[in-house]
Design a protein around this ligand. Structure first.
Ligand SMILES: [Fe+2]
Length: 165
């Protein structure tokens, strides 16, 4: 079991990572649409997912500020933002590498699957970290985002399948 200091460090890092992933996901949708890789149905659906990502970003920022005001935790928002920036850069690089020179719609949608799968995994871990703190609001927010991320992943997989069926 991590001690209190380690718990707080884990929380800072993981909150930053999910923030960075949410920001990168929103940019990815814009970019894939501007590259004309997402059309008609998948374009509309990706826009919906993008809107939810923006909503998740706000909710996670709220969770971070709740923990920063909690005297027992005193989360450092600067550390969260540092972690977010690093993760956003990594995710953006991963997309470039994944798409390569001449990406097609299948690759674009499969990249979104990869991104959503990453989000699911990170929120699962964040949920475990949050359960080490006594903060019902934060834990229930993370749980509700995790449920939506699981739906995002399913939707992206369905979109990727629809291209070839
Ligand atoms: Fe998502």
């Amino acid at each position: 079991m991590p001690n209190k200091k380690e718990n707080i460090e884990n929380l800072q890092k993981k909150l930053g990572e999910v923030l960075g992933l949410e920001r990168a996901a929103q940019k990815a949708v814009d970019e894939l649409i501007s590259m004309k890789l997402l059309k008609s149905n998948s374009k509309d659906e990706s826009r919906e997912i993008q809107e939810e990502a923006s909503n998740h970003e706000e909710k996670i920022q709220e969770v971070a500020s709740i923990f920063s005001e909690d005297k027992d935790v005193q989360l450092d928002i600067n550390k969260v933002e540092e972690s977010a920036k690093e993760t956003e850069e990594k995710a953006t690089n991963i997309m470039k590498i994944y798409l390569g020179e001449k990406p097609d719609t299948s690759e674009a949608l499969e990249f979104l699957c990869l991104a959503e799968g990453g989000e699911v995994a990170h929120y699962e871990v964040l949920q475990t970290i949050c359960s080490n703190f006594d903060n019902k609001k934060a834990l229930s927010t993370v749980k509700s985002i995790l449920k939506e991320e699981q739906r995002h992943l399913t939707r992206c997989i369905d979109m990727a399948k629809s291209v070839v069926s």
